[in-house]
Design a protein around this ligand. Sequence first.
Ligand code: ZN
Length: 170
Amino acid sequence: MSPCAACKLLRRRCAKDCVFAPYFPPDEPQKFANVHKVFGASNVNKMLQDLPVEARGDAVSSMVYEADARVRDPVYGCVGAISSLQQQVANLQTQLAVANAEIVCIRMHQSQPVPNQHPHHMDDGNQMVTSSCSSPPLTPSSPDLNHHMKPSVGGGYESLEFSEPLWSHN
Ligand SMILES: [Zn+2]
């Protein structure tokens, strides 16, 4: 029986009750190498001993993930990945809020009857949309909003082209 990856790297005999053996098989030497480099084998040993057996697998996965991230990014480790993902979430939430506000705005205008007696009123269509829709939260995306809301011949507005984004981010 070959020693586990941990005992192989530490050059010690792999006992039958080796705490590392279930989680660091000999065919994945890099898995333990990074964990050892970042946390230290004796700390990993202590952490695993303190945990109930059923929680050790998750703890090892977490430590392997953190150690790999720390080796790739020595300054931020997995915090770099987490904060980048959080930034993406915040940006997408902002985009979603703007899109929802635009939808509300468009629905409001679609439900308003457009008077047909004055054909020249159509010229004011965009102006009307701009004046009531560019309240402060919508200001950054208003230019594209007008582009997508062309007054149609029969009054009202043509349906939106959803194949293109309503605004461009960055
Ligand atoms: Zn071992």
